[in-house]
Ligand binder design. Structure first.
Ligand code: ATP
Length: 274
């Protein structure tokens, strides 16, 4: 499902995140076919989604039914499944664009002893970054600099936040490989792959706790797809990524956990189907 500009524009610029934590060692039992049960170094926090249900206002049918899963910090989760099964709807709930009918979206933190440090906290939408399908369709500005700074706070009181964002800007552009591109370049003149990089950079400036991507390879040529997949692999070293995609083979090497969304909005952990 594509998202209207009205829904997208404020979101791409307003989802902020504020803090990061250090990794500790925990047991991680991936069910993916290609991964043995192993003990890896990870994760001082974990996204925990519990019993999430969604029924659009005024309807009788649940689009999402009792969805529960967890995704450790700095890992790559992939959701696949048939068109219309509810994948985009789930991403919209995680990003705070819609409110769940019931259930919760939490962040559980762990101490060095690998036990929870305190009860899980609600994951605020400001700490989630989201890149929608075909994000370049929603670019608004005439220059790269205007695009990345579009929704930075303009009022006087926002000075501190502007300074923080500015100090992250170079790092974000560097991260996605846009550091050599002139600030006055028209975003629409970039190649397909570089437009995706720009959409990612806008989210990375805010260093999200969770970065959500809806069909990140859709509509790109083979070279750009390979480049974006490589970029996602490098982002995974620093961020927690949750991706919805039909491009399973290209993303498979990155995947730590995968789930199939079935009809009726039921999510089941499942290895990739090939
Ligand atoms: N506000 C709404 N009211 C009624 N039905 C809705 C609403 N939002 C989504 N739907 C329906 O919910 C179902 C799930 O849609 P969604 O876009 O989440 O599926 P998807 O798995 O992401 O599909 P695709 O892979 O094609 O993007 C669809 O049948 C859609 O028409």
């Amino acid at each position: 499902m594509e998202v209207s500009m009205a829904a997208y524009s404020p979101l791409i610029h307003t989802n902020f995140m504020c803090f990061r934590v250090n990794p500790v060692s925990v047991d991680f039992k991936p069910k993916s076919r290609n991964l043995k049960r192993l003990r890896i170094f990870c994760h001082s926090s974990c996204l925990e989604v519990r019993d999430l249900c969604y029924r659009p206002p005024g309807t009788q049918l649940n689009i999402l039914s009792n969805i529960s899963f967890c995704l450790p910090q700095k890992s790559f989760g992939l959701i696949f499944g048939r068109s219309g099964s509810g994948k985009t709807t789930l991403l919209q709930l995680l990003a705070g664009l819609s409110k769940p009918t019931s259930g919760s979206i939490l962040l559980q933190r762990y101490g060095e002893d690998r036990f929870p440090t305190e009860p899980p906290e609600l994951l605020a939408p400001q700490r989630v970054g989201i890149v929608f399908q075909f994000p370049e369709r929603y670019f608004l500005a005439d220059t790269l600099l205007e695009e990345v700074t579009f929704a930075w706070p303009k009022q006087k009181g926002g000075l501190q936040m502007r300074e923080n964002l500015a100090s992250n800007l170079a790092r974000a552009l560097n991260w996605v490989g846009l550091n050599g591109v002139p600030f006055d370049k028209d975003p629409q003149s970039l190649s397909g792959g570089y437009k995706r990089r720009l959409a990612l950079a806008i989210q990375l400036i805010q260093v999200p706790e969770l970065l959500i991507l809806d069909e990140p390879l859709a509509g790109l040529d083979w070279k750009a797809r390979a480049d974006v997949a490589k970029l996602l692999k490098s982002l995974k070293k620093e961020l927690t990524l949750l991706v919805v995609s039909h491009d399973l083979k290209e993303l498979a090497p990155l995947v730590d956990r995968s789930w199939r969304m079935e009809g009726g909005g039921v999510l089941k952990e499942e290895p990739l189907p090939f």
